[in-house]
Write a protein of this length. Sequence first.
Length: 500
Amino acid sequence: MLKLRRVAIDSWRQSIAYLHRGCAAYNPDEYLGSGKVEIQATGKPNGHGLRATLNRVDTDGLVAPDELGLSPHGFDRLGLPEGALVTLERAQTPDSLDTLRAKIAGNPLDADEIDSVIADIVSERYSGHEISAFLLSAATALTSSEILGLARARARHAATLEWPDALVADKHSMGGIPGNRVSMVVIPIVAAHGLAIPKASSRAITSAAGTADTMEVLARVDLDADQVQRVVKEAHGCIVWNGNLNHSPVDDVMNAVTRSLGIYSNRLSVASILSKKLAAGSTHVVIDIPVGPTAKIRGGAEAREMAALFEDVGEGLGLTVVSRITNGSAPIGRGVGPVLEARDVMRVLSNAPDGPADLREKSLAFAARIIAFDPAFRAGDGLKRARELLDGGAALDAMNHIIDLQGRNPAPPEPGPLQWEYPSPATGIVSAIDCWRISGIARRAGAPLDKTAGIDLLKQIGDPVAEGEPLFRIHAGAEVDFAVAKDAAEGDSGFDIEPG
């Protein structure tokens, strides 16, 4: 038996065990490798068990020879106090291993088989390379029924939210378009109308800002489930980070693999997105699928296939899902980066003369479609209702209410003080703006970690420009980031200028 010890090494959401090299009860070398170990409380064979990856400790101080250390995530999952007596053994083969191997071999799985694999992934019974092999197979061969089964299984093994409302709306974008902060305008419009619309968003992964990063400029976003429900009860909506809600813990495992290996699959994405909506308690969802030469989805046929897949799988899950294919040929709004995008959102909500018209009109269109879900409201009047709420100030009031309930930032940051304007290399017409390149320059300036960093777009597609006239302005808060962003812009600005 070993005494349990909490080891303050943050392993994020991985259960890591630590065994001293000089342990007399167990030879660490016999337990190292790609497999897992099973930790059990003594005298409780049917409870208080945990699977973990074992690391050997070669120095004193972290754990003693008669102790078993556990990372914070593993310690919390095991649920035992420090000093509790535990035993160690090599973990048995997961029950679903044959099923996982069948998928790797290219065979389709039924719903129960998929659920068994997901259950073992959530329980940390698989190693990273086994999960990688499963996801690589799923990314290349996943039937429609498997997508439905995967979405349902991911939602079943996630923390869920429940709402008293019969209609709970949500809006999701496939992303990839700089400045596309439509959700932050839609949520207060729909909330002002009176529909429940709790929005839980991720932080940016490859873009210069996510919805959560941008909202954090204005208010707290790291709310837990009880806090979210209190905000929505009072304000009908919220805009929060999904990290504390943990709708789909399997994402922590799967995303770590797919991102590191560069695996992307529309079918995996549909299952992931809709599982989160189901776990979040949504009943009606509108999906934004931007299409453009530098967007995530680059062709109309692919977009139409994905739109139909969202709606079909949504129907199978009992959700009402509407997909909208939108223009993703250029950034939306003027700002790229958290502070600059938050500025654009508040200008639109405030009906400011310099509020970006493209952000306003796209937001109104999506808000109108969600309002059309309301059975007490005529669908054809959705756009009129959305405009009334925005133009009359009700949407701004709803946003301020949400901000105050979540916890207003008393001192919102300003755009980065280091500024440089990129001059047009020629006279002509702006013919194209590379979304991926613009996001890349903004990230090099420090966004999204530095919320003050980003790009102010001074010209749009179709605008005339004279040689030397600025096309965009870089903002940064650190000299190193500022220099790197300038170099990136001078190498490739992302703007195409046609003679005019």
